[in-house]
Ligand binder design. Structure first.
Ligand SMILES: Cc1cc2nc3c(=O)[nH]c(=O)nc-3n(C[C@H](O)[C@H](O)[C@H](O)COP(=O)(O)O)c2cc1C
Ligand code: SF4
Length: 479
């Protein structure tokens, strides 16, 4: 069976099997935050079936599938690791990519032993940019240590977090960097085959990446060492979770798998598998070219290198920014975003809905994995959604749980049965009803303690974070 060829009944899991993206309006959180920019489009978005969460145009929200403008793009790091080709307007031709220095890193990686490349990534301090921030070198070593004859590399291009569009722009404007990064990682861990799993909500990226892969194949760029194929999803947020993604690639229902076994040991089709986010892989050509020390020199604390941030359309200057870890959240709001278009800042949702909301009094916090965790928030994938003070906190909670309930994969009880109840409770509260606080707390505690994956746990962490940071406002409901 080919990857993604579906076993019977699997289609029912997905939201967008027969739904052209051009007809969709976006009901993602970034568009919700900016709903006053285009109230009619927002009404269309929340009235349509199926609901679509995030078209990756959060800089122009509320957005839809028909309209597309190019966002502001800027690099504010001492050295630009990721965005040089994007800043140049995009490179979609292999010859141009090579003229601009592309391909040199893959060639020089091949002059090193695979172990030397693994060590380089380890010493660079690269951590996965998909959300968890797990050290790449440790994950690579785990795959290297497996004695299997077949290993896989999977590019996670599902970018499901509402509010993030950085992977979309990398895929659309610098597809060969994604491919080169994948080839470097595959060489280091001994993977001979790879898949790019791309969400259906990004039709332009699908076209660009597919053409880039054709160009790479025609030029014999990666072969015979490495075969890379594009697989486009059918609309399900949970496919971004790596074990659900592997089930999707295998043509199964994309439900989350129990761990152990870890996928570095037993992943795609039972073989050792390395899964990385697009942005993580895009850092590799620069690391190989400039060396581990140059990368480790960027950033701060235990978060090294640069990070892409996606700022939503409530900022005066929304767009895509490359920053060094260590920038303060206040500078992200004031210097990059240049403040809000409307109202005062109520809070900043960094890294998607599965983390928390940073209240204005904590904006001195610096961007770093541990530093964000210390305030019950996260770096996540770098989506930055500003909420203005015209949005009650309970309506934000209601949006998050509506999203969470719809995207639950159904594999474990606290999330499958708990999130719809939580969504109903907070929906009613947002409409003015009082909330059964004890019941709410019991469901959140169960979600936090017993969820199988980061979706359920993240929703619980979000609830705990807003309860901590917006206690006064929530008193009306929680007493
Ligand atoms: C509910 C959920 C959704 C996720 N969605 C994405 C996603 O859209 N893109 C992504 O790269 N990682 C996503 N992740 C993280 C992946 O499971 C995995 O950790 C990541 O792809 C590993 O790549 P990295 O090491 O480069 O970060 C998600 C995790 C969870 C729990
Ligand atoms: S927490 Fe939710 S999304 Fe994760 S496995 Fe359980 S049901 Fe699926």
């Amino acid at each position: 069976m080919r990857p993604s060829q579906h076993h019977g009944g699997v289609h029912a899991f997905y939201h967008l099997v027969q739904h052209p993206i051009a007809d969709c309006a976006c009901a993602g959180l970034a568009c919700f935050a900016a709903r006053a920019n285009r109230p009619e489009r927002w009404q269309t978005a929340i009235g349509q079936k199926p609901i679509v969460y995030c078209l990756g145009k959060c800089y122009d929200g509320p957005s839809d599938g028909k309209h597309d403008v190019r966002p502001h793009i800027g690099s504010h790091a001492r050295r630009t690791v990721l965005l040089d080709n994007v800043l140049a307007g995009g490179v979609r031709d292999l010859a141009v990519y090579r003229e601009r220095g592309g391909g040199v890193a893959f060639a020089s990686a091949q002059t090193l032993t695979p172990n030397e490349v693994v060590r380089m990534v380890h010493d660079a301090g690269l951590r996965g940019r998909g959300g968890a921030g797990f050290p790449a070198g440790i994950k690579w070593q785990a795959v290297v240590n497996e004695p299997a004859s077949i290993k896989y590399l999977v590019v996670n291009a599902d970018e499901g977090d509402p509010g993030a569009f950085s992977d979309r722009l990398l895929l659309e404007d610098d597809p060969f960097r994604v491919i080169e990064g994948a080839a470097i990682a595959a060489y280091a861990v001994g993977a001979s085959r790879g898949y790019i799993y791309l969400r259906k909500e990004y039709p332009v990226a699908a076209q660009v990446v597919s053409q880039a892969l054709e160009q790479a194949r025609a030029a014999g760029w990666l072969q015979p060492a490495f075969e890379l194929e594009l697989v486009v999803g059918q609309g399900a947020y949970i496919c971004g979770e790596e074990t659900a993604l592997l089930n999707a690639l295998e043509g199964r229902r994309p439900e989350v798998r129990q761990r152990p076994p870890q996928i570095t040991h037993h992943g795609l089709f039972g073989a050792p598998t390395l899964v990385h986010n697009v942005e993580t892989l895009c850092s590799l050509p620069w690391i190989v070219t400039h060396g581990a020390a140059a990368h480790a020199d960027l950033g701060f604390s235990r978060s090294r290198g640069t990070k892409l941030l996606s700022l939503n359309s409530l900022f005066r200057r929304p767009g895509l920014y490359e920053v060094e870890f260590g920038i303060s959240l206040a500078d992200i709001v004031g210097q990059l975003g240049q403040g809000l278009r409307r109202g005062n800042l109520k809070g900043l949702m960094v890294g998607g809905p599965l983390a928390g909301i940073v209240p204005p009094e904590l904006l001195a916090t610096r961007l770093g994995y541990e530093e964000m965790q210390a305030i019950d928030c996260a770096v996540g994938h770098g989506g930055v959604i500003a909420f203005a003070d015209d949005t009650p906190i309970m309506s934000i909670i209601a949006e998050v749980f509506r999203f969470g309930a719809r995207e639950s994969c159904g594999e474990c009880t606290p999330c499958h049965f708990g999130t719809p109840v939580l969504a109903a409770l907070v929906d009613a509260a947002a409409a003015g009803a009082s909330i059964d606080a004890a019941r709410f707390q019991r469901l959140i505690d169960a979600l936090a303690a017993t969820s199988l994956c980061g979706h359920g746990r993240g929703l619980a962490e979000f609830a705990l974070s807003v309860q901590r940071h917006y206690r006064a406002e929530l008193q009306t409901w929680f007493g």
